[in-house]
Design a binder for this molecule. Structure first.
Ligand code: ADP
Length: 759
């Protein structure tokens, strides 16, 4: 096939010649003097063309025919502006279709002899066209409609093959419908690169809706011009049916073995949407009325096309909307949007008509369908992130922007990314493969080599297809507006869901806060009110023991002693509850305090309480000065110190009380260098005691939770650490334990807010 670009600059509408199946002449206005005439007038009418130049038209036509021509010119329609004209020639009277056009200041008349078939038994085209139009209205689907168009046109024209081409936004064509003789190889689904139909030809197709070439190889007939005629060389034949065939068109169709061609333009919104292209492998004459019928059908198809496309777009929207409701339903059932997004029943691929998708939520990622590797997706996101505009990024050829993506073109040439959160790394990405992977054609184009009428091999559109493939390498199907809108709506739905959940969480928190307060005041009131009757029970039990020992037997005395012990225990439980509930309510008395003084007092009290203790208390360096409630922090230190002693079975017991400065915290990998700039000190109380198993390191902070029986390790009632934690938290700080079971435990705490980085 020739390189068609070279024809682009040719003036296709002023070829200076016509096809031989009719006569053409041009006239001046208003005197209707002949300025141009085609050479073949001699063949049809036996008149030498030179003898007609500069002659009035009335030399050729009678007054009534002249009147017809004038009348035709006053109409604006271009096709079927014809009149029957009989002309007397030396060989007798001949019947012609006279078709007149006015273009700028020139009138051009075509005379096309009636065909024998037409003169003898012309079918009722009117009935036939209305029948075809009725058939075409049977479907609302665009694809079926175009197929019907192809079939109806094949029916009317009896051409060997009728195809409907659709042009994409880049002007490349695709055969979207086809009606053909059974023995022919299908072209359905084949694609053609844009240069196959040069812009100049497209312009002509737009201006002249029907192109008819009954014999591709017929030599063109020159047009003779009067020496003084305007446009002697550049007679505009745009709307002239007889216009001779462009050499590129001849060559192109010759390569495909096409001998006769009829092309009907499909126009939508003033633009060339596609073509109905009819091929015949031998020359073929189509009577003028058949072409008029085809033109009518083409116009109807163009009009209907817009309706069908609008209908399909509407259908698409409705489908996407119902998909959205399904998605929202799925999402609403989930506890949080993460679970919802990651749930397999979410029809994520359908939402954007993609073949692959990934959801990336911070460090988690789920992929569906065909996608690049997770590592590649992460790198891609990193690259896309700065290019995101309004939470959206999309392209139908990612590797043109980001060459690394060429490796996975088969799954991801098209990329559509949605950013869900401005603060978190939450993204949804859809992928589309390179378009070549998705193209469907009716057969293997490599096999579509055909034997021409002369027995020689002729080339099919295989080469065009290959060329087209080159143009769409690394390119996916484009993202339609409706698909982008769908993606954005999806994002809004997710954000809506996140907001609703956050709202619910806030409400829940409020509720919790309220019920916490209620609980605290209930605990306070209950424990306070319980103390009095408890004291009564205690006192009466003691009286009984003191005053009635002689009346009671041994068992009675033992039971009373248990009662006294239990009242003691109950009292200490109530005291703790009271203390705990007060802790939640009372204001902190914050002062700047030297912790060393506090610690000294705590150690003094400890020494008094456990006068025979053998605990070595180490303080490797002075503690810093901090803002705290000194009474409460003394209690923290006291609890931790006594636990270090109590839960220790070593012969040489020791405890170390100190703090870690920011650099030591970085070394422990709790914080990074930036966080270290304003990190608070982390205090610690470290012992060489019995240690705590990993699984208990959280539970020890729960109220009344003991790991040991009360009589072991001199343990208390399991409230010390709960109260310690509460005090630390009231200071805005954090407390946690590190322990090696059997080796010892370290409790760490801060008196300001603190977050340990996650590794
Ligand atoms: P209690 O007031 O009964 O000592 P705590 O709330 O202080 O209770 O401690 C809860 C549990 O945590 C204890 O029963 C003990 O088993 C464990 N525990 C507390 N401190 C230590 C420690 N330094 N070493 C080992 N175990 C400990």
């Amino acid at each position: 096939m020739a390189n068609l670009h070279q024809y682009e600059s040719q003036q296709l509408h002023t070829p200076g010649s016509i096809q031989p199946y009719g006569i053409l002449f041009s006239l001046t206005e208003p005197d209707l003097r002949i300025t141009h005439v085609s050479q073949n007038i001699q063949y049809f009418l036996g008149i030498k063309p030179q003898n007609l130049l500069n002659q009035p038209l009335k030399k050729l036509l009678n007054p009534s025919q002249l009147q017809n021509i004038n009348q035709t010119l006053s109409q604006t329609t271009r096709i079927n502006n014809s009149h029957q004209i009989s002309l007397t020639t030396s060989a007798g009277t001949k019947e012609f279709h006279g078709i007149a056009h006015r273009l700028a200041d020139t009138i051009t008349v075509e005379l096309e002899p009636k065909t024998v078939e037409e003169s003898e038994n012309l079918p009722d085209f009117f009935a036939w066209v209305s029948n075809a139009l009725a058939n075409l209205q049977k479907t609302s689907r665009l694809k079926e409609f175009l197929q019907l168009v192809a079939s109806e046109v094949k029916n009317i024209t009896q051409f060997d093959r009728v195809m409907v081409y659709q042009f994409d936004s880049q002007d490349a064509g695709e055969v979207v419908a086809e009606a053909k003789n059974e023995n022919l190889y299908p072209y359905l689904g084949l694609h053609f690169p844009a240069p196959d139909i040069p812009p100049e030809s497209r312009k002509l197709y737009l201006e002249c809706r029907l192109r008819y070439i009954p014999d591709m190889t017929a030599p063109p007939i020159d047009i003779l011009a009067a020496p003084d005629a305007a446009h002697s060389q550049t007679l505009d034949l745009t709307s002239v049916s007889l216009r001779s065939v462009e050499s590129c068109c001849v060559e192109y169709h010759h390569n495909m073995g096409v001998a006769a061609l009829l092309v009907i333009s499909l126009i939508k919104d003033g633009k060339l949407w596609g073509l109905i292209s009819c091929h015949n492998y031998t020359p073929k004459t189509l009577p003028y009325p058949v072409r008029v019928a085809c033109d009518l059908l083409g116009q109807f198809a163009s009009l209907e096309l817009a309706n069908k496309i609008a209908q399909e777009e509407l259908d698409d929207k409705v489908k996407l909307q119902s998909l959205h409701s399904e998605v929202l339903e799925v999402m609403a059932k989930k506890e949080n949007f993460k679970d919802a997004l990651l749930s397999p029943e979410l029809g994520l691929l359908k939402l954007a008509n993609a073949q692959g998708a990934a959801i990336s939520l911070d460090d988690e990622m789920v992929v569906v369908g065909n996608t690049p590797s997770q590592e590649a997706i992460n790198q891609l996101i990193e690259w896309i992130e700065p290019q995101i505009n309004d939470s959206l990024f999309y392209t139908d050829s990612i590797s043109k922007l980001y060459p690394g993506a060429a490796f996975y073109k088969n799954v991801a040439s098209g990329v559509l990314l949605l950013r869900i959160s401005q603060t978190r790394r939450y993204y949804i990405i859809w992928f589309r493969p390179e378009v070549i992977q998705t193209v469907n054609w009716a057969g293997n184009p490599l096999e579509s080599i055909q034997v021409g009428a002369d027995g020689n091999l002729v080339m099919s559109p295989r080469k065009s297809f290959a060329l087209w493939q080159e143009t769409v390498r690394f390119v996916s199907k484009p993202w339609k507006n409706s698909e982008l809108e769908s993606a954005i709506e999806f994002r809004n739905a997710i954000i809506g869901l996140i907001l609703t959940q956050a709202d619910e969480l806030a409400k829940l928190n409020q509720e919790l806060e309220r019920s916490n307060l209620e609980l605290a005041s209930f605990a306070f009131a209950a424990s306070h009110d319980l103390k009095e009757p408890l004291r009564g029970i205690h006192n009466y039990s003691v009286f009984l023991l003191e005053d009635y020992t002689d009346v009671l037997d041994e068992l009675g005395i033992e039971r009373l002693q248990t009662l006294v012990r239990l009242t003691h225990r109950m009292e200490s439980l109530i005291d703790v509850l009271l203390k705990y509930s007060r802790l939640g309510q009372a204001e902190l008395n914050l002062e700047t305090r030297n912790l060393n003084f506090l610690l000294e007092q705590v150690i003094n009290v400890f020494n008094v309480s456990y006068s025979d203790h053998d605990l070595e208390i180490r303080v490797p360096r002075p503690l810093p000065i901090v803002r705290c409630d000194s009474v409460l922090i003394s209690e923290v230190l006291s609890n931790l110190l006594s636990n270090a002693y109590k839960y220790n079975n070593k012969t040489e017991k020791w405890v170390e009380i100190g703090y870690l400065d920011p650099q030591a915290q970085v070394e422990k990998n709790w914080i990074d260098e930036v966080q270290a700039l304003d990190a608070p000190p982390v205090f610690y109380v470290k012992d060489n005691g019995i240690g705590i198993r990993d699984r208990h390191q959280e539970t020890i902070f729960r109220l009344f939770k003991r790991l040991h029986a009360q009589n072991k390790f001199g343990g208390g009632i399991g409230a010390g650490l709960t109260i310690t934690k509460k005090i630390v938290e009231r200071h805005g700080g954090l407390i946690w334990a590190e322990s090696v079971y059997g080796d010892g435990t370290t409790f760490y705490f801060t008196l300001q807010s603190y977050s340990i980085k996650s590794n």
